[in-house]
Design a protein around this ligand. Structure first.
Ligand code: ZN
Ligand code: ZN
Length: 261
């Protein structure tokens, strides 16, 4: 690990963080794009969820906003690194310090907190006065793709990115648990914006599947605006009755049936 002791090491770490965040976005988007969002005929289900064509310049616009998002994530990550090296955070590196049970519970706790924070932040961002200034950038992508995953206005990126660093000051979090959470965030963002349903048929009624957000669920958020505000899980949408009434029908239509092909 680089010890940040001078402006040079600070600059170097900042650059490394940006390359890691933006590189991770590009890598996951390329892989998911290649795997799932080729021509309609090449798609595993043969059906894009939202059939409207993406705008010609949409991908580059999304990559531009995502680069800006990556800069913000990197800057905040750098701040956490400086705080960690100053001994101000509760990040630890020896698993035995708190044991494996806490390791797993801490990840679950962070995901639940992120879900709750994001659901309510997201609902607030849909208020008319706020939407135009903060959240519209993300919704300019009506037909999404993995490239949409980081396409946010800088204010939204900052609001989203503040929670995890804040938690490192409160909860003991292992450094690799933080890496895992960052990977979950990236994979989930890519899957939710795929515009191709990858979950199996009837997964929306499965004991676990019914709680997970996927491509159909989030695609409906982009096309209907006032439903499906969740991030990883459907809890809040179900509890607050903001899940789209069209979700089950569309999921049945777009998910792969076992008997087909
Ligand atoms: Zn939204
Ligand atoms: Zn989205």
């Amino acid at each position: 690990m680089i010890q940040i002791t001078s402006l040079t090491t600070l600059g170097l770490t900042a650059l490394l963080f940006f390359v890691a965040v933006f590189g991770r976005y590009v890598l996951f988007s390329l892989v998911f794009d290649w795997l799932f969002t080729g021509s309609t005929a090449e798609q595993p289900t043969g059906r894009p969820i939202q059939e409207r064509q993406r705008k010609p310049d949409q991908q580059w616009r999304e990559i531009g906003w995502s680069a800006l998002t990556s800069l913000i994530f990197a800057a905040i990550g750098l701040g956490v690194m400086v705080a960690y090296q100053a001994g101000a955070t509760r990040i630890y590196t020896d698993v035995q310090a708190y044991g494996w049970l806490w390791y797993i519970v801490s990840i679950g706790l962070v995901l639940f907190t992120q879900e709750t924070y994001y659901y309510w932040l997201h609902r607030w961002m849909h208020r008319p006065g706020v939407y135009r200034w903060i959240h519209k950038v993300h919704h300019d992508s009506l037909t999404t793709s993995p490239w949409t995953a980081f396409s946010f206005h800088p204010t939204e990126s900052t609001l989203q990115a503040l929670l995890l660093p804040a938690l490192t000051f409160v909860l003991p979090l292992h450094s690799t648990a933080i890496c895992l959470i960052l990977i979950i965030m990236t994979v989930s963002g890519a899957i939710n914006h795929l515009n191709t349903e990858v979950y199996p048929h009837a997964f929306d009624r499965h004991w676990l599947g019914r709680w997970l957000i996927g491509a159909t669920h989030h695609s409906l958020h982009h096309s209907q605006f006032r439903y499906n505000y969740g991030l990883y899980f459907t809890w809040w949408d179900k509890w607050m009755k903001t899940e789209s009434p069209d979700f089950q029908r569309l999921f049945a239509e777009k998910s792969r049936k076992k008997t087909s092909r």
